[in-house]
Write a protein that binds this ligand. Structure first.
Ligand code: GLU
Length: 133
């Protein structure tokens, strides 16, 4: 089952989000990711496997900002890959989204959104939500 954590405040979001995800590890997951809103917009870090790998990724390339979301994924639609890891972003890169659960009609929604010009970057059911928003 996935885990979701979010932070808005005055401190650096990435460390709080990583600590939150670490506390949710017991729920089980196959990949994890963060999206943080910084001065340059939304930046993401995602990785397959343990939170420790995600932590290494943000140590190499920190995400600056005090607002963010984090997710541990238990894949239902799409393989456990970095591209399929949440958070997902819309075509403009201005919206980031994490999701827990299954979207039963995701294929119909994906086809409709693709016909409208939306470009999908993952195999997940969840990505339709961020394009719908
Ligand atoms: N169905 C979504 C996916 O496969 C969410 C899985 C979850 O709840 O972690 O990405």
């Amino acid at each position: 089952m996935c885990g979701i954590v979010a932070y808005v405040g005055g401190q650096t979001a990435q460390d709080i989000l990583l600590d939150g995800l670490t506390r949710l590890e017991y729920r089980g997951y196959d990949s994890a990711g963060l999206a943080v809103l910084g001065p340059a917009g939304i930046e993401r870090a995602r990785s397959v496997g343990k939170i420790a790998r995600l932590r290494e990724a943000v140590e190499r390339k920190p995400l600056g900002g005090t607002t963010g979301i984090g997710h541990t994924r238990w894949a239902t639609h799409g393989a456990p890959t970095e591209d399929n890891a949440h958070p997902h972003v819309d075509c403009t890169g201005k919206i980031a989204l994490v999701h827990n659960g299954i979207i039963e009609n995701h294929r119909v929604l994906r086809d409709e959104l693709s016909a409208e010009g939306h470009e999908f970057r993952s195999e997940t059911d969840s990505e339709v939500l961020v394009h719908l928003v």
